[in-house]
Each structure stands twice: as C-alpha cells, then as structure tokens.
Design a protein around this ligand. Structure first.
Ligand SMILES: Nc1ncnc2c1ncn2[C@@H]1O[C@H](COP(=O)(O)OP(=O)(O)OP(=O)(O)O)[C@@H](O)[C@H]1O
Length: 241
C-alpha cells in the first residue's frame, strides 16, 4: 500500500532567505496529521508545494505514490484541499457554488452535492447566498467543495482560523466523522496547540522552516503533561530562532 504522503528533502527558500529547508515526512493512510507551528514557521509554504501551487527548489512530494512535480494529475486525483482561505462566490448560493466546483468532476452530480451539504450541515442553507454565511459556515462550504470528489486525502491549511468555540468543535467533529465514515486521511496545519492535541493522531512540529520532530499524539501525551509542554521543549531543544 502506498503511503498517503511522502515528503523528501523538501526545500523552498524565498529571495529574503526565509521558507522551508530539507523537510522529510511520511504520512500513513488514515492518519489525522497535525502540522503544528507558529506564524511564519513554513506550514503554508510546504502545503503550497504539496498542492502543486508552488515548485520547490529541491526535493519532492509524492501523494499515493505519484510525484506532484512529475505526475501532477495522478498525484492530485485523490486530493481535496483548502489552502489559505476557503473561497466562495458570495452572490451564489451554497448549492450554486458547489455546482461550479462539480464541473471539474464529471461523476459529481446533484445527489453528491446534496450529500456533501448534508455531511457539512449546510443542507438547510442550500439556497442561501454564501455572502450571508458566518465564517464557520464558509469554512464548512469549503470542506463541502473539497470532499465533492470523495478524495482519499484532505489537505487543510488552518481550517480553524477565525472560528469561534462552537465552530471549532463542529469542524473537529466533521473531521472525525469523515475519518470514521470514509477513512479519509487528513493533513491539517494549525498554530492552535490545544486543538491539534484534541484532533490529530500524529503531530509534526515545524519551527523556523524546519520540521523538528514527529510523533504520535498518544506517545507525546504519555511523556508530557500537555502538547504545549512538548512543543516548548522541542523548540528549546532545537534552539529558538
Ligand atoms: N512569497 C513570499 N515571499 C517571501 N517570503 C515569504 C513568502 N511567503 C512566505 N514567506 C516567508 O516564509 C516564511 C514561512 O511562511 P509561511 O507562510 O509558510 O508560514 P506559516 O507557517 O504558514 O505561517 P502562518 O501561520 O502565519 O500562515 C515566513 O517567514 C514568511 O514571511
């Protein structure tokens, strides 16, 4: 069985010298992987390369065995992603927005759109324009669009950004539901330590453009009183920048 994601020696340095360097990471199918790091650590840069939105200086990302650089179409076949923000057309309804996305996938019909609205709790707002949606509802619409084609892997960049407590709890439930019902693999970036602790089964700490450690959440929590203590100790061990 292919690994869901294999990142090797991934390096992307911007002209100002910042970015990511020499990241190596393997994600198993079924993982809910948390890519944890403070603002500017390099999470979005790595995810843009993973989603094929940016070319790395060096290294590769394979998704279910296919390279995003050499075999982009096959690599992306089983991926849904939300990078930076979940965009929608404000003057279109939730249903119309999803219909637009569905044009990319010949097998996605109205029945599947309704299913995705149902899964994300938006069915009752199906005909409302997304302009009237709260941030949490917009995020859910983004997830509905990302899961239309039943991807085996969802890459979500800061999916909890700007959500209130209820929105965060709902999004966490949705992620766990998708893992439970469809065995979806998740790669989620976040700077919210507590939430990563509650949501993710495996965690990678990114700091200063480097992936400084990767471990299972249950291992971390059996050695540290909280993920926050682990994070601080890992950052100190590797030298603050
Ligand atoms: N287009 C760019 N040009 C130059 N520097 C950039 C560019 N994009 C990002 N950077 C820098 O690269 C570093 C990594 O940024 P990145 O956006 O990947 O971090 P992040 O971990 O996603 O942070 P955040 O949580 O704030 O989104 C930062 O120091 C950032 O300032």
């Amino acid at each position: 069985m292919h690994k869901a994601i294999e990142i090797t020696e991934l390096t992307k340095v911007y002209s100002n010298g910042r970015g990511i360097s020499n990241m190596n990471l393997t994600i198993d199918q079924g993982d809910i992987f948390g890519f944890l790091g403070p603002n500017g650590a390099g999470k979005t840069t790595a995810m843009k390369v993973m989603a094929g939105l940016m070319r790395p200086d060096r290294g590769d990302v394979k998704i279910f065995g296919a390279s995003v650089i050499d075999d982009y179409v096959n690599a992306m076949k089983h991926v849904g992603c939300i990078i930076e923000t979940a965009e929608s057309y404000p003057y279109l309804s939730a249903n119309e927005n999803l219909k637009l996305f569905a044009r990319f996938y010949p097998h996605v019909d109205q029945k599947r759109i309704d299913e995705c609205l149902e899964i994300t709790g938006l069915l009752k707002y199906k005909n409302e324009k997304s302009r009237k949606f709260s941030l949490g509802m917009k995020q859910r619409l983004g997830v509905a669009a990302a899961i239309l084609s039943k991807p085996k892997l969802l890459i979500l960049d800061e999916p909890l950004n700007g959500l209130d407590v209820e929105g965060i709890i709902e999004m966490r439930k949705l992620i766990k539901q998708l893992v439970h019902e469809s065995g979806t693999t998740f790669f989620i970036s976040s700077h919210l330590i507590h939430d990563v602790e509650l949501t993710c089964t495996r965690i990678g700490v990114v700091y200063g453009g480097q992936l400084i450690n990767v471990d299972y959440t249950h291992n971390i929590l059996s050695n540290y009183s909280s993920l926050e203590n682990y994070f601080i100790s890992e950052v100190d061990r590797n030298g603050r920048v």
